[in-house]
Design a protein around this ligand. Structure first.
Ligand SMILES: Cc1ncc(COP(=O)(O)O)c(C=O)c1O
Length: 425
């Protein structure tokens, strides 16, 4: 850690002070031999488990054949095969196409470029609480100021609406009344924010990740779809954190009966190898002219085979179903804790994308960041790697591998409960 401090820029943040020796399934072992149960999964990347053997084998075999040629120079099989697979499991309307890149932020950048070329319009609507990455457009779209302090000027023609966060801003309303109010706000944005005739795309996470695992209400997403259809706006769902089994389906949007025009994917798509994708309706995807999207490392062959092996493993082992089971265990244990500890204001999530929110006096508008920080650092000391989330840093989110055993999952939840018990009044 001293060597890290001496030569690595401080801005490259770190949550814990362990140094990894090796990682296997849902466990990380550090150089001192300490074992940690991993509820972070490399920030939502390891749904299929650390060093999944099928993935390791695929990378090893591919490395013996060729590591990089650039897909812009010559075509290679794993890229095409992966696009075939992605368009098969995540159809966007009648005909679907895909492109591969390297990171989630890059997928977001490319989705915006595709939407602008398709519509010949410029403005982008995004939401509070959102996280879309750290490149300049993605950072502009990202909401939380901590992620972008003093990094401007930001990209122009980006407009922001409040995310339909019913728990925080519902003020005792029914979900239906809340959605009505927020859809009115959306429609009025055409009068007081930006003309929909200038809007190329609306981008949002159907379930916010860094923002705190808030799902958008289903009726809101339907209203958003209608608004986009009415005004010729491309609807982009950012599934970088919510995709690939996390919610018990390939994509979280499948829970909402709304299909986007474009979607962005990364993280658990590659089991740790850097790979990301934009998937979308063929006519939208094909609007981008050659040369305007791409890059040297788009769809690296090692990453493509890692991704193909990940998807095959997920299919053969029904990992989406396991996502539901893991989620059910977390949900019932978290709800049990909520009934015991008054600091837990909310337990929510779909599938295994589960979160717990800490508040003061049971009030959704009084976030308890202090308690959350203590639970996260205390859990780490007790051998559990756990991530916080939320604009107010008062939420814990579970991103464990879905391949985790019930025993490790329950042991990890026990560690969280012991921490909460320690600080409960
Ligand atoms: C929803 C969402 N979009 C985009 C990104 C950016 O992905 P990357 O860090 O791979 O650039 C993230 C990363 O956490 C994310 O959660």
């Amino acid at each position: 850690m001293a060597r890290r401090k001496a030569v690595v820029a401080n801005g490259v943040g770190v949550f814990g002070n362990a140094t990894v020796a090796h990682a296997n399934n849902a466990t990380i072992t550090d150089l001192d031999g300490n074992e940690f149960i991993d509820f972070a999964g490399g920030i939502g990347v390891i749904n299929a488990g650390h060093c999944n053997q099928a993935v390791v084998d695929a990378i090893t075999e591919q490395a013996k054949k060729y590591i990089h040629t650039s897909f812009n120079v010559v075509t290679y099989e794993p890229y095409v095969e992966l696009c075939e697979k992605l368009t098969e499991i995540l159809p966007h309307g009648e005909r679907t196409k895909a492109m591969l890149v390297t990171t989630g932020a890059e997928a977001v950048e490319n989705a915006i470029k595709i939407a602008r070329q398709h519509t010949k319009k410029q403005a982008i609507l995004c939401f509070t609480g959102s996280f879309h990455g750290r490149t300049m457009m993605a950072m502009t779209l990202t909401s939380k100021i901590d992620y972008k302090l003093n990094c401007g000027p930001f990209a122009p023609e980006v407009y922001r609406l409040p995310f339909p966060n019913w728990y925080r801003y519902g003020e005792g309303m029914t979900e239906a009344a809340f959605v009505k109010r927020e859809l009115k706000r959306l429609n009025e944005s055409a009068l007081n924010l930006v003309s929909p005739n200038n809007v190329a795309a609306i981008i949002l996470e159907p379930i916010q990740g860094e923002g705190g695992f808030y799902p958008a209400p289903k009726a809101y997403l339907k209203g958003l779809r209608d608004f986009c259809d009415k005004h010729g706006i491309v609807l982009i769902f950012d599934e970088v954190q919510s995709g690939f089994g996390r919610t018990g389906k390939w994509g979280s949007y499948e829970h909402f009966d709304v299909t986007p025009d474009l979607s962005t994917w990364a993280k658990s798509l590659g089991s740790g190898m850097p790979i990301a994708a934009v998937i979308g309706k063929a006519e939208v995807m094909d609007s981008a002219k050659p040369g305007t999207i791409g890059g040297t490392y788009i769809g690296n062959p090692l990453s493509c085979v890692a991704s193909l092996a990940t998807i095959k493993y997920m299919e053969e082992n029904n990992l989406n179903q396991r996502g539901v089971e893991v989620g059910n265990i977390i949900r019932s244990r978290f709800n049990e804790m909520k009934s015991k500890y008054s600091q837990i204001g909310d337990v929510r999530g779909i599938g295994a994308m589960m979160a717990m929110e800490f508040v003061v006096d049971g009030s959704p508008t009084k976030p308890d960041a202090e308690l959350c920080g203590m639970v996260v650092s205390g859990s780490f000391a007790d051998g559990l790697i756990l991530l916080g989330a939320g604009t107010h840093k008062n939420i814990i989110r579970i991103l464990s591998p879905l391949t985790i055993s019930d025993e490790d999952l329950n042991r990890g939840i026990d560690i969280i409960e012991n921490q909460i018990k320690k600080y409960s009044k």
